[in-house]
Design a protein around this ligand. Structure first.
Ligand SMILES: [Zn+2]
Length: 216
């Protein structure tokens, strides 16, 4: 089977978003750009994550043509495709319906940068893209436009969250941090006034995090 490593990575991530509670049922979707940059590998539409196998993944070229796959690709394929077309820095896209982030998407309020880890990993407020129906080209266009050239995460109004990364571990980290930030923001609002980090601090933390950790 071609692209076995990528198929396994997408499958593992799809199972994780399900078991972590960031999606229920068959909602949500995951994709990667193949290591050779020729294709994207995405979860199929409407299938149980628990029973998915590597061969169930759908391979598409960047014109949106299915190259290999026995099932229909995710209904949000045009969203994933649009992101890869616009962002050469991004090789993994995760879409979830995690509850605290979705609360912000329903209130149509940006998730503020209130935690150092939000500044480090995301580096910006998570904006809410204007509402469009799930699976529509309009939703894909609005999302790609709102993500611009440097955003790592975006809320889809009344719907969910998109998290981007240079690989799946990074995109997963972005989704966990955004969900945690949304949760803490709601609790902090109950307790009083949440204080956001200043743009200078956000920029400093984001830059210094890039060189943080063990040198390889
Ligand atoms: Zn969705």
């Amino acid at each position: 089977m071609h692209y076995l490593e990528e198929r396994h990575a997408v499958l593992k991530c799809a199972r994780e978003i399900y078991t972590s509670g960031m999606v229920t049922g068959t909602w949500g979707n995951v994709s990667v750009r193949a290591a050779d940059k020729k294709l994207m590998i995405i979860t199929p539409s409407g299938m149980d994550y628990e029973t998915l196998e590597p061969e169930d993944m759908v391979l598409l070229d960047f014109n949106g043509q299915v190259v290999e796959g026995k099932y229909q690709p995710s209904i949000e394929t045009s969203l994933h495709l649009g992101i890869y077309q616009q962002r050469s820095d991004i090789d993994a896209v995760i879409h979830v319906h995690s509850p605290y982030a979705v609360a912000f998407a329903v209130a149509r309020k940006n998730i503020p940068v209130i935690l150092e880890e939000t500044a480090q990993v995301v580096g910006h407020e998570v904006e809410v893209a204007d509402y469009a129906h799930c699976g529509s080209q309009q939703l894909a266009d609005i999302a790609v436009q709102t993500l611009g050239n440097d955003k790592k995460a975006l809320l889809l109004a009344n719907h969910g969250l998109i998290a981007l990364g240079k690989d799946i571990p990074e995109a997963l980290k972005v989704s966990y941090i955004v969900e945690k930030t949304a949760m803490i923001s709601i609790y902090a609002t109950v307790l009083g006034t949440p204080h956001s980090l200043s743009p200078e601090d956000v920029s400093f933390l984001n830059q210094s995090f890039k060189s943080y950790g063990q040198k390889k």
